[in-house]
Structure formats: structure tokens, C-alpha cells
Design a protein around this ligand. Structure first.
Ligand SMILES: [Zn+2]
Ligand SMILES: [Zn+2]
Length: 294
């Protein structure tokens, strides 16, 4: 079992596919097919998040994976744009349509679920997200949207954090077809992989998002941020507000870069703000730690 030293606690980490469509809505695969695909790649957790409709996951064979009940909701936003909200931990008979985004968020929170703004680069402005009360975070990277230019929401995430909403971010495949498989996932640090433990970890932000690189430890102790990870060519620490990005100097190419496995940084006694870490490997795959406030 893979573990992570996560802010002082040694915890198992569970490889999780948190945004999956099946042919219950517009996905190419049946529920059994998509379970087989992810189980074959060593995933621990899979969430069904079909459009407007939760799946009867308790009736499915997870092939060793924990199956989470989820749904993607599409209320209209204030610009008459159809929003995309990813909800996890909802009952299997959860209603699928809401008059407003806030009504959808409130309904998910009322049943103890978590809710993320899906591929926000395409459908939300950061101000719209700030106006929603109860959002748990966003998707920072989404495989299904890599051809639309909406794959990355790093700019949106920076805007939210800089304006005081220090939210975590998941990475997801948003699987509809073969093209989407196994490109973005979320590593959840939790004592076990029961749905209750996983949802609790999601609510607390105890996870990181990745396209391949793995964090081995993340800590903040005595005014010092420190992380250990699998070999990468670049490691950055983003600070908000007003702290310059620190990290690997010189924007190394895979050919020239040292193989980094460690980042350590003390912002200094006068700094008060938020920081988060991003690492990138020689295949241009990133992993993102959750922002912390200090
Ligand atoms: Zn969507
Ligand atoms: Zn989707």
C-alpha cells in the first residue's frame, strides 16, 4: 500500500477517479466496462458522476475498488451559461435538476456530499465561484477537456486563492471515451477507503491532484514548507499574495534538468499568506499540492 507523510501523519493514499461517465448518460462504456478499465490499472476508488443522474453503485461489483455515488449537475449560471458541478457522496436517488447553482450546492451539502466546479476554465468565472456559498473546490485539470483548451484551471485557481478562497483542487479524467482514460487522478490521504473516510478526507482537503508525479511527503513545520516526491524536473512554490514564485531556476528542459525529489522553503518571518506546490516531470506531467494558509 502506498502511503504519504501528510502534515505529520503517515497515511495510506488511494488512487481515485472522481469524475466518470457511463452509458447511463453520455459515456461510451457501460458501468461494468468502466469499472473493469480502472480496476485493471490499479485504481482504488471510482466515482460515477453521470449527467443529471446518480448510479445504483451499491448494486455494482467494484472489482476491489470503492465505488462512490456521484452526479454532475448543470444548473444555469448568471450569464445563462450551463454550469458543470461535480457532486460526490450523494444518495443513489439524488434529484438531478436544480433551478440555480446555489440550490444545487445547498442540496449536495444538505446530504453531506462534496461539490466541485468542474472544468471551470470553460464554464465559470472566478467571481461566479466566489459568489457560490459552500463550494468545496475546483478541478485543476480535466482530461476530457484537453482538446477544448479547458483542461487546465490553474489561472482560475490562482484567482480564487489570491482573493481569499483557499480551496483544494482535484484532477479528473471526466471519462466519456477511450481518449480520456488514466491522464488525471486524485490521491486521497485517508485512514482507509470506506466511502465515509474518503469523503471526510475530501472535505478536509487531504489529497493531491496529479497526472503522474507522486508526493511522498508534504509538511509545514516551524515556518518551513517541505515536500518530497518522485523524480521531477521542476518544483515550484506559489505564494499569495506578493510572494514571488520560488523553485527550480532557469525553466529547465528535460535534457538539462537535474532530477529533483525534494523542495524546502521558508518564506521568512514577516510573510503571512498562502502557498501551494506544483511539480512537473520530464513528460510534462504535473502534480499539485493543496494550498495552505499560514
Ligand atoms: Zn462537465
Ligand atoms: Zn463530466
Amino acid at each position: 500500500m502506498t502511503t504519504i507523510r501528510f502534515y505529520g501523519s503517515e497515511l495510506p493514499v488511494f488512487k481515485s477517479a472522481l469524475h466518470i461517465h457511463s452509458n447511463v448518460s453520455d459515456g461510451d462504456f457501460s458501468p461494468a466496462e468502466v469499472i473493469g478499465l480502472y480496476a485493471s490499472q490499479g485504481y482504488d476508488v471510482l466515482a460515477f458522476t453521470d449527467h443529471h443522474k446518480a448510479n445504483p453503485v451499491s448494486a455494482y461489483d467494484g472489482q476491489g475498488m470503492t465505488l462512490l455515488s456521484g452526479i454532475e449537475l448543470h444548473p444555469k449560471g448568471p450569464r445563462d451559461v450551463q454550469w458543470h458541478l461535480l457532486a460526490l457522496g450523494v444518495p443513489e436517488d439524488f434529484p438531478g435538476r436544480y433551478p440555480t447553482g446555489q440550490a444545487a450546492v445547498d442540496a449536495v451539502k444538505a446530504v453531506g456530499g462534496v461539490i466541485y466546479c468542474a472544468h471551470p476554465a470553460g464554464v465559470f468565472t472566478s467571481n461566479e465561484i466566489l459568489d457560490l456559498k459552500g463550494i468545496d473546490g475546483i478541478e485543476v485539470s480535466n482530461s476530457n477537456n484537453r482538446f477544448t483548451g479547458w483542461e487546465s484551471a490553474e489561472v482560475c485557481w490562482n484567482e480564487l486563492i489570491a482573493q481569499g478562497f483557499v480551496c483544494p483542487a482535484v484532477a479528473v479524467d471526466d471519462t466519456h471515451t477511450h481518449c480520456d482514460l488514466y491522464r488525471n487522478w486524485t490521491m486521497i490521504a485517508a485512514p482507509d477507503k470506506t466511502p465515509a473516510s474518503l469523503l471526510d478526507a475530501l472535505k478536509k482537503g487531504n489529497f493531491y491532484a496529479t497526472q503522474g508525479p507522486e508526493f511522498k511527503s508534504i509538511s509545514w513545520e516551524n515556518g518551513c514548507f517541505e515536500a518530497e516526491f518522485t523524480e521531477v524536473v521542476e518544483a515550484f512554490l506559489y505564494g499569495y499574495p506578493g510572494m514571488e514564485i520560488v523553485g527550480t531556476p532557469g525553466f529547465p528542459t528535460p535534457e538539462t534538468a537535474p532530477q529533483l525529489t525534494h523542495l524546502k522553503f521558508s518564506p521568512g518571518p514577516g510573510f503571512r499568506g498562502k502557498i501551494r506546490c506544483r511539480i512537473r516531470d520530464k513528460f510534462n506531467r504535473c502534480a499539485w499540492s493543496m494550498p495552505i494558509t499560514f
